[in-house]
Design a protein around this ligand. Structure first.
Ligand SMILES: [Zn+2]
Length: 326
């Protein structure tokens, strides 16, 4: 029996992204840890035999000092996708014109840096809007991966507000960060949004709808690694019972500690040694390859295409009636 599809993605949020979101000074010069963290991520994926999807921020791709790290990802055969130009978590409030501008800048920079044109997108901080999806569809994207079907978004936002140095006005701008309670009722499996344009949600635990990506596991592991392991095994068990092939999300912070990046001491689990974090990454990747056919988000989306989208489209026979307005 062939295995069901699953996927692994990495939101390649850079040091300056975290400093900017947190309201810490120094982000304006776009400090980068990509040269340091990229080889670690690639090594772990290679060891697990997985081709994954890297969501890259356009600003990083526009800076030549990041090119060798970004090129190494493409050269290793991974998928390159778009994570917006400036990692602005208020993107869901952008106008149509502003969205087109953001996406085209990001696409051009990513293509220059990696030679790949992205066909997938994930909003920074899981932000999304109907207009964002419509603009992506019209730009020829094949999938969006911004959905995080959980009710814990507002809790994560409060936690972030509590520890950040942002002004009240800055916090207001980030009011959609991590999504709202309604997220718990979103679909868990990849599904078509329009024609062959798909949504591939970041998987949360079936039934409980609590996040199961690495940042959350490491947050738990700070208290008890045994508890984090049990949490992960429960999540895997529920995904198997529910027939959901997970789309697992990783971040650079899953591969780094406060010795590597002292500026990020404020971030959860940064005092846990990087070696122990990466052992947990290995464990989760092993579980995926054991139970599922694990690959890129593009492959995951493709495997869930509805039958009608798989039919060859002959212009004279099948009228294309997209319900999105141009
Ligand atoms: Zn991000």
């Amino acid at each position: 029996m062939s295995l069901q599809p699953a996927s692994v993605s990495i939101d390649l949020d850079n040091l300056w992204c975290y400093l900017k979101t947190q309201g810490e000074p120094g982000w304006e010069t776009f400090p980068s840890y990509l040269d340091q963290v990229t080889p670690r991520i690639l090594q772990r994926l290679e060891r697990a035999g997985i081709k994954a999807t890297f969501f890259i921020v356009g600003r990083d791709a526009s800076r030549v000092e990041n090119w060798s790290a970004l090129r190494s990802i493409a050269d290793a055969g991974h998928e390159i996708a778009n994570h917006s130009f400036d990692h602005d978590v208020s993107l869901s409030g952008f106008s149509r014109h502003e969205l087109h501008r953001d996406f085209s800048r990001s696409e051009a920079a990513i293509q220059d840096a990696t030679g790949q044109m992205p066909i997938g997108f994930r909003g920074p901080g899981f932000c999304m809007s109907a207009l964002m999806k419509e603009v992506l569809f019209h730009r020829g994207y094949k999938y969006d991966a911004s959905s995080l079907p959980t009710f814990l978004g507002p809790v994560a936002r409060l936690y972030f507000y509590f520890f950040s140095k942002l002004s009240a006005e800055e916090k207001k701008k980030r009011s959609s960060l991590y999504g709202g309670v309604a997220g718990a009722f979103r679909k868990l499996r990849p599904h078509a949004i329009e024609g062959d344009f798909m949504e591939v949600p970041v998987t949360t635990m079936p039934l409980a709808r609590v996040p199961m990506h690495l940042s959350y596991l490491l947050f738990l592991a700070q208290q008890s690694e045994a508890l984090a392991g049990l949490y992960w095994q429960t999540a895997v068990g529920l995904c198997r019972v529910a027939g959901v092939g997970p789309s697992l999300l990783l971040h650079p912070t899953d591969f780094l500690d406060a010795n590597d990046v002292p500026e990020m001491d404020f971030f959860p689990a940064m005092r846990m040694p990087a070696d122990r974090k990466m052992a947990m990454v290995d464990l989760t990747l092993q579980s995926l390859t054991c139970y599922w056919q694990t690959g890129t988000v593009a492959d995951h989306a493709q495997a869930h295409l509805p039958a009608e989208a798989l039919r060859p489209l002959f212009a004279e026979e099948v009228p294309v009636t997209a319900s999105f307005s141009a």
